[in-house]
Design a protein around this ligand. Structure first.
Ligand SMILES: [Zn+2]
Length: 339
């Protein structure tokens, strides 16, 4: 893992490397930008570079780089939510650790992943550390929800912004890394410019949830309708996060069907690999039903984020969509109000 592992973000990387070279790294950085664009990867490379003992940082060979690669560097701490939040106990333990003299080199580096998940007490405790950081410490806070952080914390950090990148750039980079062009294009489109997401989709079985989402969409237009009613049961094995991801893909699929109905333009599809199937689906879906479905999916997502029962929420969603598609003839009487 080195600077070359990071794709895109060229200006950001150049700035970080210049600060590193000049030994002018601020005590606290805030990596802010959408999920899946490479913030954590960059935080990892920068941490290794800050701790590296060679001139060409990170060299990947010195004792520090080796320990970092094995996830047991004594001067590196990664803090992430335990359960739903980052608790004050975690920050207190960190506070003690960073106050100690570095063990291997002359720095201690702390990465706080999903730093917006700190409880108020934890955030206030971190703020005290950031107000008077030990001279040897560098903090890298990472967040996709910068607005959730205390203003007082934000003002103590140098914000480094990360954005989703142009599809063509990511595609070229993935092909250069040796991924087949066709699969890479599907991943880049579905990941919508987010490298981390695209790489996840390129893993074996990476399209599993997207494919399940398509099965669901297809089941909705299957006149026999049988597959549909066994789905919520099957999906009970999914985690809440998986179901939210599934609904995200259902939205992308319905969006593609809408696009196809409007102008039959394949190049605008997210799910480019399913173009043929989506063209067929477009025969069954009316624009009004598609637009209404988007609203229902949003509602289901809110219910799931708020701990709604996965099966009940999905069943209610499917019933509503079926009603919209069939003008309410068949399922009106069985419509529940679970969401
Ligand atoms: Zn090194």
């Amino acid at each position: 893992m080195n600077w070359d592992s990071i794709i895109g973000h060229t200006v950001t990387i150049a700035n970080l490397r210049a600060m590193l070279q000049a030994d002018r790294m601020p005590h606290a950085l805030l990596f802010a930008g959408p999920e899946g664009v490479g913030k954590m990867l960059t935080a990892g490379v920068l941490s290794a570079a800050l701790l590296c003992e060679s001139a060409d940082k990170p060299c990947g060979r010195c004792p520090s780089c080796r320990q970092f690669a094995q996830n047991n560097h004594p001067d590196f701490s990664l803090i992430r939510p335990e359960g739903a939040s980052i608790r004050i106990e975690q920050i207190r333990a960190l506070q003690h650790q960073v106050s100690l003299v570095p063990y291997l080199g002359d720095r201690r580096v702390v990465v706080i992943e999903n730093s917006d998940k700190m409880t108020t007490q934890a955030a206030n405790s971190l703020l005290k550390v950031l107000e008077e950081p030990p001279g040897h410490a560098v903090f890298i806070l990472v967040t996709a929800r910068r607005q959730m952080l205390l203003d007082t914390i934000i003002s103590r950090c140098l914000t480094v912004g990360f954005q989703a990148q142009p599809w063509q750039e990511l595609l070229a980079a993935l092909v250069a890394k040796g991924y087949p062009a066709r699969e890479a294009e599907v991943a880049v489109r579905l990941g919508n410019g987010k490298m981390g997401t695209a790489l996840g989709l390129l893993e074996p079985d990476g399209l599993r949830i997207r494919d399940q989402a398509f099965a669901l969409v297809a089941a909705l237009t299957d006149s026999r309708g049988q597959a549909l009613w066994t789905l919520p049961e099957e999906l009970e094995k999914y985690t809440r996060q998986d179901v939210l991801e599934l609904l995200h893909y259902v939205t992308l699929l319905l969006r593609d069907i809408l696009v196809y109905r409007v102008n039959r333009e394949q190049s605008l599809l997210f799910n480019i690999d399913l173009a043929g199937q989506l063209a067929e689906q477009a025969l069954y879906w009316e624009e009004t039903a598609l637009l209404a479905a988007f609203g229902r999916i949003r509602q289901a997502e809110r219910a799931l984020t708020g701990n709604g029962n996965i099966r009940l929420v999905l069943e209610a969603l499917l019933i509503h969509i079926m009603e919209m598609m069939k003008g309410g003839q068949h399922f009106a009487s069985s419509s529940g109000s679970a969401i």
